[in-house]
Design a protein around this ligand. Structure first.
Ligand code: GAF
Length: 394
């Protein structure tokens, strides 16, 4: 479903559920990170792209005759046929159902800015796969923030909006994430990747418009869960490395400096730091490679990124490794330039850079060989770089 079709579908569901047409429709995309993994919370670079998979909300003010509805937000989750209500009288806190916390967190962020949030009736649906490492939660957060902007008529700076959404993830979902996912969902531009310097928060668009290449997203359908503790543990190990090496963050460390300081780090922490320092370099080079359409070079950087995430950072899993091995076997001759796991890891998706003319053959081969190796059906799709959050109606 493209965004137009999805928006129409959500509007129709709103009409069915609430008995009238929505006044606003807003959308925010998920993302795939081309390269630059676990670098955002180390002040490094990331290179994500917004994908044509979206969280969409249709909304209206509640009818004025329902007094009780004037102080609450009602959200109807179309896919799961489930309803959540959020009371606006008191400061917003965590609650049930669990998914409503992403929305609660963002609304609380607006409350903290002193913004009055209107009562709303909302219908919601997302085509970003859940637990697939494609930032379904960031899409929901940024979508919520965009709805508040539409309904109040007050827009906020997109960088502040991304930070507000990130704080929701920290405080209401318990994941101490970096800033990549919310940034790309808020600031993505059609036809472009976003090179984000997570230290300065400066962004640079990197056009990805060469019709001869495509990005394939391969979902292992092994669920990833970042609130399990491993993500927080990796983050703490990076902080420990920076502290022991005497730098503000790993962004300030070179491979030489790391080697000199090796004795100050445990073996595991050394490997974590080696990944981050190498990955920051690879990301900058990959952005150059994309600008020059040097696809073989970008592909090699993607393979190197995967090896480092698998061996040094230890956030891959057997299924992600299986996909990358299959892609490597298909190789350049078969149209694959490079492949790597994407996102937080421990399951979720791989991203592959491929020749556009070979997309169908590669998709079929990866699906068949992945099934044979793991017994699991992969879900594979390609996406052009999509735009960030938008107000579709209103
Ligand atoms: C998750 C986090 F939310 C991001 O901030 C980032 O750290 C990513 O994992 C790893 O690169 O998606």
């Amino acid at each position: 479903m493209n965004l137009q079709e999805l928006s129409s579908h959500v509007a129709a569901e709103f009409q069915k559920h609430y008995g009238r047409a929505p006044r606003w429709i807003v959308a925010a995309p998920g993302r795939v990170n081309v390269i630059g993994e676990h670098t955002d919370y180390n002040d490094g670079f990331v290179l994500p792209m917004a994908i044509e998979r979206y969280a969409v909300m249709a909304a209206d003010l509640p009818p004025s005759q329902f007094a009780s509805a004037q102080t609450q937000i009602t959200i109807f989750d179309i896919h799961f046929d489930e309803k959540a209500t959020i009371d606006l009288i008191a400061p917003i806190t965590k609650g049930l159902p669990k998914w409503s916390n992403y929305i609660r967190g963002v609304l609380a962020g607006f409350q903290n800015r002193g913004q009055t949030i209107p009562a709303l009736d909302i219908a919601f649906m997302s085509t970003v796969p859940l637990g697939g490492g494609l930032s379904s939660s960031a899409a929901l957060e940024v979508c919520t923030a965009t709805l508040v902007e539409a309904a109040t008529g007050k827009t906020i700076d997109p960088v502040e909006k991304a930070l507000l959404a990130q704080k929701a993830e920290h405080d209401f979902a318990g994941v101490p994430c970096g800033i990549m996912d919310q940034f790309i969902s808020a600031l993505g531009r059609e036809g472009n990747l976003l090179l984000l310097d997570c230290r300065t928060r400066k962004t640079e668009l990197v056009p990805m418009s060469d019709p001869s290449v495509a990005l394939l997203v391969i979902n292992t359908n092994v669920k990833h869960e970042l609130s399990g503790g491993e993500y927080a543990e990796r983050r703490a190990q990076c902080e420990e490395a920076a502290k022991n090496l005497g730098v503000k963050s790993l962004r300030d460390c070179t491979p030489e400096k790391l080697e000199q300081g090796r004795g100050k780090l445990s073996e595991v922490v050394f490997r974590r730091a080696r990944h981050v320092i190498g990955e920051i370099e690879r990301t900058v080079h990959a952005a150059e490679g994309i600008r020059e359409s040097n696809w073989p070079s970008v592909g090699q950087l993607m393979y190197a990124s995967h090896a480092s995430l698998r061996d040094d950072y230890e956030v891959s899993c057997a299924e992600l490794d299986a996909v990358v091995e299959i892609a490597e076997d298909i190789g350049y001759q078969g149209g694959v330039y490079g492949c790597r796991m994407t996102g937080g890891g421990f399951g979720g998706c791989c991203v592959a850079l491929v020749k556009a003319s070979d997309v169908d053959a590669i998709t079929q081969q990866i699906a068949a060989e992945y099934k044979a190796k793991t017994g699991i059906d992969a879900t594979i799709f390609s996406s052009r770089p999509a735009a960030g959050a938008t107000i579709v109606k209103g």
